[in-house]
Design a protein around this ligand. Structure first.
Ligand SMILES: [Zn+2]
Ligand SMILES: [Zn+2]
Ligand SMILES: [Zn+2]
Ligand SMILES: [Zn+2]
Length: 319
């Protein structure tokens, strides 16, 4: 039996009611994502994943960060589709940031993704290296899982609670994903960057000591952060500007949008013209060369027909 979209459903793993998040996708398209807090799972009805940005992505990151305060419920080896309870298969999504996984309904109703898998697919996390571990331990005295928020032992290669690979959040990438159009470009959070193993600050270029903290010793910019909650706290500052931008984009952004769409529109026009030519050629109608201005020729033809018909009408009324 298929359950209708929109109603709060029970998680197929733990049985608790899912949180239905009403969000907005690209171009304001309404989008619902179901979140299970104890399982640290997301359900997407659209199997291609959600194209979230702006306030919606910020909200989702906030919800995930909050859910990490709950202890992780281990996932069943045989999780079912949220809609039909049917079997799932593992799909490897090639993304710009390497392959990521999701568990997809074989009937294509949608897919489950762990918080960590979602963040990985968006390129918002990178594996925690030994320097990161060192810094996290120095700063917080503990390591936390980016998927479930659980504590990670210093030498653990996977989280003992949820099995995720320990990772750090790339705050600069998160800021960019939140604001791909650069409406908040001037904000300091965009200067925060964490390259794998990089020991120089991307904001000011200053070399960083291996035993340093999370912030640049020279300019204070954040390099990476060890957990989702901290990352969310950092990018929350963008919230008001992102919401304002979503409602009324700044003029420079509108101009950039139009400029970006221009080549695509031209390609569409060219393609339509090509298709028309091919169809004409195939049907043996007017040869392609004479197609230019066909609209005018046709209009003139119609006008002539109309005049003839009017002429006949007048002639008949007169006689
Ligand atoms: Zn659950
Ligand atoms: Zn299904
Ligand atoms: Zn974990
Ligand atoms: Zn710096």
């Amino acid at each position: 039996m298929n359950a209708p979209a929109g109603a709060a459903l029970a998680c197929r793993n733990c049985g608790q009611a899912l949180r239905v998040l009403a969000l907005q996708g690209h171009y304001g398209r309404a989008l619902e994502i179901d979140l299970c807090a104890p399982c640290h799972l997301l359900w997407f009805d659209a199997i291609e994943g959600a194209h979230l940005a702006g306030p919606s992505l910020l909200r989702l990151v906030g919800e995930m960060a909050q859910a990490q305060s709950l202890p992780h419920t281990p996932l069943k080896p045989q999780l079912g589709c949220l809609r039909c309870a049917g079997p799932l298969h593992t799909v490897h999504n090639p993304s710009r940031y390497g392959a990521s996984l999701q568990l997809e309904c074989t009937q294509r109703h949608g897919a489950w993704q762990s918080f960590g898998q979602f963040l990985h697919q968006k390129g918002l996390v990178r594996p925690m290296n030994s320097a990161d571990r060192h810094r996290a331990l120095q700063r917080d005295g503990a390591l936390h899982c980016v998927n479930c928020g659980g504590g990670i032992g210093q030498g653990d290669t996977v989280c003992s609670w949820c099995g995720s690979v320990p990772a750090v959040v790339d705050v600069a990438r998160l800021a960019l994903a939140l604001d791909p159009e650069g409406a908040t470009r001037q904000h300091a959070v965009h200067r925060q960057r964490g390259e794998a193993g990089a020991l120089s600050c991307a904001a000011c270029g200053a070399a960083q000591p291996a035993e340093g903290g999370w912030a640049c010793t020279s300019c204070g910019a954040t390099l990476t952060v060890p957990g989702l909650a901290e990352a969310h706290r950092q990018v929350s500052a963008l919230g008001p500007a992102l919401r304002a931008h979503a409602e009324r984009p700044a003029p420079h952004v509108v101009q950039e949008r139009l400029a970006r769409q221009q080549p695509a529109l031209q390609r569409q026009r060219d393609r339509a013209r090509e298709m028309q030519k091919e169809a004409d050629r195939a049907s043996g109608r007017v040869p392609p060369k004479e197609r230019d201005g066909w609209f005018d020729i046709e209009m003139i033809g119609m006008a002539v027909d109309l005049l003839r018909w009017l002429g006949r009408l007048v002639f008949r009324l007169w006689h």
